[in-house]
Every structure is written in C-alpha cells, then in structure tokens.
Design a protein. Structure first.
Length: 485
C-alpha cells in the first residue's frame, strides 16, 4: 500500500487502560474520527490487565476519559464508543492470555468485516516492551492476513547496549518496515515545517552553512518540576529524558543535508548521516544541573531533592547544557548548543540560528552605529512561529542601528494546530514512517551520549525560576551582543 492511503484496520492497544491511552490516544482518535480522517477506518481493541472490564465497562471508562480531555460525550460519542471500542484482558500476560487475545482479534475482524490489517500499539511501561513483543510473536501475531505494524513509545533503551538489545529482540519478530518508534516531538506541525522551511525557501537554504551561520542553539525549557513523575525521572534524568531523543531529533533536522526525495527512508538516511558526523562529546563542554528551591512566577517551589519520590542525595540531573559539533563540510566549526531544564522561568522550545557578523568597516566612523548579528528564531512552543531579527537605521542623526523583527505566527495564519498524536496516528495508519525513528538512529544517538552516562559531569545546583547554573554560561551563546568594529 502506498503511504497516503488508509485501509480499514484494527488497532490493538496493549496497555489500553493506562495513562497514555486515557490522556492522549483516546482523545486523538476521537478527534480524528470527528474530523472524518479515521471514520469507518479504525476499530479499537484495548487490552490490559484488568479482568473486571468488559466491552461495556470499558466504554464507560472511555466516556470519562473523553470528558476529562474536553470532549464531552454526546449521542454521537456514545455511538462511536459502542461501534469502535472493545476490550480484552490479557491478565498476567502469559502465553495462553495472548492466545485468547489472538482469538478475540480474529472475532473482532469478522464482526466488523475487516481485511486483517493490524496495528499493535505498545502503551505499556518501557520495561514491558520486549516481553510483550515476544508474546505477540509466539502467538503468531507478528503477521496476519493483511499488513501488521507495531508502535513503540520512547525511551528506546537507556544506553547503547540496552538499545541494541531492544532492537535485536524486536527484530526477531517484526521487520524494521513494521516498526514505528514514536517520538511525539516529531509529530508537532512546527517541527515538520522545519523541513519545508529549509528546503522550499531558497532565501534560507542558500545561507544554511558555516560561511553564514556562527552558531545554533536549541532550547527546551520547562516551568514544571518532576511532579508525579519524580520516581521515574530520578532513574532517568534530563539527558535520557529530553536530550538523547527530542533535542537530538531537532538537531538532525536542522543540520541534515537535502534528501534525495521527500520520503521516509531518504529523510531518515540524512538524519543518520548527521549523527555519524557528530564529534565525540567533550565532557568539559557538558554541564549538568539540578534545581534547588526558588520561585517560579511568584510562587515558592521545592528543590529537586525535596520532591516526593526522589532518592535522598540524588545526583540525577534536571538540567543539561552541552556543545556538539557536526564534522562535515556544511557545519565544520559551528557549535550546536543544546540546553534543557526543569523549573526554568518559562515553558519554551526554540531553535535559534545565529548568523555571522557583517564586515563593519563601513560604520567605523559612526560610534553610535552598533550592529548586531542577524538571528532566525524558530519557536516550536508555545507561541509557534518564526522571527527574523535584522538591523535598520533609526530615524535622524547620528547614525544608529535598531534591531527589528519580521514575524510569522501559526495561530494568525491557520486554524488550531493538530495534536502531535493525531498526526502520528494518521501516519501509522497510512504506513508513512517519515516521522518515526529508525533503529540505526536510535543506536547512533545512544553512541553519542552513553559516554556522558558512564563518566557523568558534576551536578551543579541552580535556583528554581532561573535559566540554569552559572557554570553553564561558559558554553552558552551570548544573546544580542554587538558585533566588533
């Protein structure tokens, strides 16, 4: 089947009573049905450990989930739940449980006259991925009458060795063409638009290189602390939770060469080339931090070590800043600065392209004519859009420069942007793997960051409500400084 077509299929959600299903998948599938994109195409069979659920009680549970998500259930919603939602318990996930699941899948396909196309969505904790995939394979569910696809949420391992093992054991039962590794950041419209922005606009494509660009900054700042995720987060940290996946994907899309065509493997080939071109990280150019008590938007908040679920004396990082270098002809010598942290002053995801300073001999006789380098600011959230910062002459004498913006905002030009999961669910149904992470991408990213996990940098404290520890200043790029005359 060519990507772009959606054939009728059954989506089996393993972990169908969990938080991911409740908060993200059910609302996304309901909205896609309301919009007509999946209407008549998708039947859902949720599977979980709860033996007390049947079809009716699961539909009641789904009603509550949709209401919580701001989709008040009405007559149309009741019809959708009754028509599309089913439930089958897998108990303790023993072989006989998956044999029973297989029979229910076949019964549901006969009931709805489906052609045997299947999506298995792993909405389970990461530790259950391998076990579940192996049970599916042993039950003969890795292939069927139609196509079969398996969806895996990040994290894809927690270091290079575990990522390799995960890939190897999944590949025993599913081919790479069947596997859809979800990084929900890639489903954001603004991230996808980076490809169009770069390759459809010769104005920017022609200056996207070391001759015109001095540095690239990628920032993912979060106001919130670890909250209810404290126990999980304390075993993971910011490098695993944010840098190795989301931020590295943004780096590869920003730095990649032109793909030979606009299709999945051509794009993913270029992303892998970027990862293979990255120089080994210099530990002196990586700063770890951990938030201490402070104020965020005027409210006092506890430090990381005071959060419930965090181990006493934990050295888990809630902040990472590092410099990376892509060693190829386009980017040689250009620093890519990645920075992320929790309990920062605002929620913000942006990519800043800092251009080089112009030749300033023209303005040497005008001491008031301070010139600053141009910058392109790509905001991915929350105020999605682009800002091009450039210099203009202020009115009257003496000659004086002022920085102005050319701005574009998505909410001014388009309707509400779709949720990332809506985009990715449609792509899975269409068989389009462009926005999904390939096995070699996973392993190359872990190859880059595993040395920092083995020889961890010192963790520096920073007050909540600030942009990170002072020690990070030496590797960050100063903003808005005047060009030397």
């Amino acid at each position: 089947m060519a990507a772009g077509e959606i054939e009728r299929h059954l989506m089996i959600v393993i972990g169908g009573t969990g938080d991911l299903m409740r908060r993200k998948l059910l609302p996304a599938m309901r909205r896609l049905t309301q919009e007509g994109r999946l209407r008549g195409k998708t039947i859902i069979l949720a599977s979980g450990r709860r033996a007390t659920f049947d079809d009716g009680s699961y539909r009641d549970w789904a009603h509550e989930a949709l209401e919580e998500a701001g989709l008040p259930p009405g007559a149309e919603d009741s019809g959708w739940c009754k028509e599309c939602l089913h439930y089958e318990s897998v108990g303790d996930q023993q072989p006989e449980d998956f044999e029973r699941l297989k029979r229910r899948i076949e019964e549901t396909e006969r009931e709805h006259d489906l052609p045997g196309n299947r999506i298995f969505y792993m909405a389970t904790p990461p530790g259950a991925f391998i076990h579940t995939v192996e049970r599916l394979g042993e039950a003969g569910l890795s292939s069927g009458p139609g196509w079969t696809r398996v969806v895996i949420e990040k994290p894809f391992g927690d270091d290079l060795d575990s990522a390799r093992e995960l890939n190897e054991r999944i590949h025993r039962h599913f081919s790479e063409q069947q596997i859809y590794r979800i990084d929900h950041y890639l489903g954001k419209e603004t991230v996808q638009n980076l490809l169009t922005f770069r390759f459809a606009n010769v104005l920017f494509d022609s200056v996207w290189n070391r001759d015109r660009i001095a540095s690239v900054e990628i920032t993912v700042a979060e106001e919130l602390g670890v909250g209810e995720r404290a126990g999980f987060y304390d075993s993971v940290g910011a490098l695993r939770d944010m840098v190795q996946n989301h931020m590295t994907q943004l780096l590869t899309i920003t730095a990649m060469e032109h793909p030979t065509q606009f299709e999945a493997d051509a794009i993913r080939d270029e992303k892998v080339k970027v990862l293979r071109s990255l120089a080994p990280l210099d530990p002196s150019q990586a700063i770890f931090g951990q938030y201490a008590a402070g104020e965020v938007e005027g409210e006092s908040v506890p430090g990381y070590l005071d959060e419930e679920g965090v181990a006493e004396g934990s050295q888990t990082e809630s902040y990472v800043a590092l410099r990376a270098y892509v060693q190829n002809w386009r980017w040689q010598g250009v620093p890519f600065v990645l920075r992320t942290g929790k309990r920062m002053p605002e929620k913000l995801t942006e990519i800043v392209i800092n251009f080089r300073c112009p030749a300033l001999a023209l303005f040497q006789r005008h001491p008031e004519a301070t010139v600053r380098a141009n910058a392109l600011v790509i905001t991915l959230q929350p105020d999605e859009g682009f800002d091009l910062r450039f210099e203009v002459k202020a009115p009257r004498d003496p000659l004086r420069m002022v920085t102005q913006n050319l701005s574009f905002r998505y909410d001014e030009a388009f309707e509400e942007l779709p949720d990332a999961y809506e985009t990715l669910l449609v792509d899975i149904a269409e068989g389009d793997q462009t926005l999904f992470v390939r096995s070699d991408e996973v392993e190359e990213a872990w190859r880059l960051y595993t040395p920092l996990l083995v020889n961890r940098p010192l963790v520096h404290p920073y007050p909540a409500g600030t942009m990170g520890p002072p020690e990070a200043e030496r590797i960050l790029i100063p903003r808005g400084e005047a060009c030397p005359i």
